[in-house]
Write a protein that binds this ligand. Structure first.
Ligand SMILES: [Zn+2]
Length: 257
C-alpha cells in the first residue's frame, strides 16, 4: 500500500477544520529530541522527502543530561537490576508526586555512584542541529515540556512552568512559537484538565497523547491519539493500514458473538 506522509501540523489543522485527509494519510513524529533524529532519521527523511515532527523536551537539549527515566534506568542497570524490576520501578515512579519522584531518582543515581558518560543513543540533539533541520524544511518541532515530568503528578504551578518554559526556550532557539505539543508519556492518567487548560493558555493548538487511535474530526484538538513506534515492518503495515484498528473496533463491539 502507498501512504501519503504529511506534516503533523497540516494533518491536525485539516482535521480540526473538518477537511478530509488524503487517502492513507500518515504523519511521522518523534519524542524527546535525541541526536539520533538528526544522525539516523534525517538522512532517511531526506532521501524519501518525508516530513516529520520532533517533540522537544527543551531541558534535555539545554543541559545534555539524561531524562529522569533514563537516569533511573541507567542507575538501576548499573546496580544489576533485572528488566522486570526496572519496568516495575519505572511504572511506579510515574505514579508518584513530581517532587517525590525526582527525589527517588536522585537517590537511585547516588546509590549507583553517578551515571558516568551518557550512552551514545541517549544523547540529545543540539539546538544547532534542530535549527538546521528546521531550515531544511522537512522537520517541524513541537513542545514536550522542559524536563519531561508526568504532568498529572505536578502542581498547577509546576505544570504551567514546564509548558511555558518549553515554549519560550523553543521560541528563543528556533525563532518561532511551537503550536504542537506531545504530552509526556501520554496515557490518560498522565495529564488532566489543568494540562489542557495550561496548554491552551500557552498557545498550543494541538496536543498528542499516546492513546492509540486514528485522527478524526471528532478528536479533541488537545487529545489527539497516536500510535507508538512499531517494532517491525509487519507491525507498521498493520498499524498504518488500519488492520489493528479494525480488530480494536470489533473487540469493542463485543468481538465474536
Ligand atoms: Zn517523551
Amino acid at each position: 500500500m502507498r501512504y501519503h506522509v504529511m506534516p503533523l501540523s497540516e494533518m491536525a489543522r485539516k482535521v480540526s477544520q473538518g477537511q478530509s485527509l488524503p487517502e492513507h494519510a500518515v504523519a511521522l513524529n518523534f519524542d524527546d529530541g535525541y541526536a539520533s533524529n538528526y544522525e539516523l532519521a534525517l538522512p532517511v527523511l531526506k532521501e524519501f522527502g518525508l516530513p516529520a515532527t520532533i517533540f522537544l523536551s527543551t531541558g534535555f537539549l539545554d543541559e545534555g543530561r539524561p531524562l529522569w527515566f533514563h537516569e533511573a534506568d541507567l542507575a538501576m542497570t548499573c546496580q544489576g537490576a533485572s528488566t522486570r524490576r526496572l519496568v516495575r520501578a519505572l511504572r511506579r515512579l510515574k505514579t508518584l508526586p513530581e517532587e517525590q519522584m525526582r527525589a527517588e531518582v536522585a537517590g537511585l543515581v547516588s546509590e549507583a555512584g553517578g551515571l558516568g558518560e551518557l550512552p551514545e543513543v541517549l544523547r540529545p540533539l543540539t539546538w544547532q542541529q534542530a535549527r538546521e533541520m528546521r531550515a531544511g524544511g522537512l522537520v517541524e518541532f513541537g513542545g514536550h515540556t522542559h524536563t519531561h515530568p508526568i504532568l498529572s503528578r505536578c502542581t498547577v504551578e509546576r505544570q504551567r512552568e514546564e509548558i511555558v518554559k518549553c515554549r519560550d526556550r523553543m521560541e528563543a532557539e528556533l525563532g518561532r512559537r511551537p503550536r504542537l505539543f506531545g504530552i509526556p508519556n501520554g496515557y490518560p492518567a498522565d495529564f488532566d484538565k489543568t494540562t489542557l487548560a495550561e496548554l491552551a493558555a500557552a498557545g498550543f493548538e494541538h496536543a498528542f497523547t499516546m492513546t492509540p487511535g486514528r485522527v478524526k474530526a471528532s478528536c479533541h484538538p488537545l487529545k489527539i491519539p497516536r500510535y507508538g513506534a512499531p517494532v517491525s515492518v509487519w507491525e507498521t503495515e498493520a498499524t498504518a493500514s488500519g488492520a489493528f484498528e479494525l480488530v480494536r473496533v470489533w473487540k469493542a463491539k463485543g468481538g465474536p458473538g
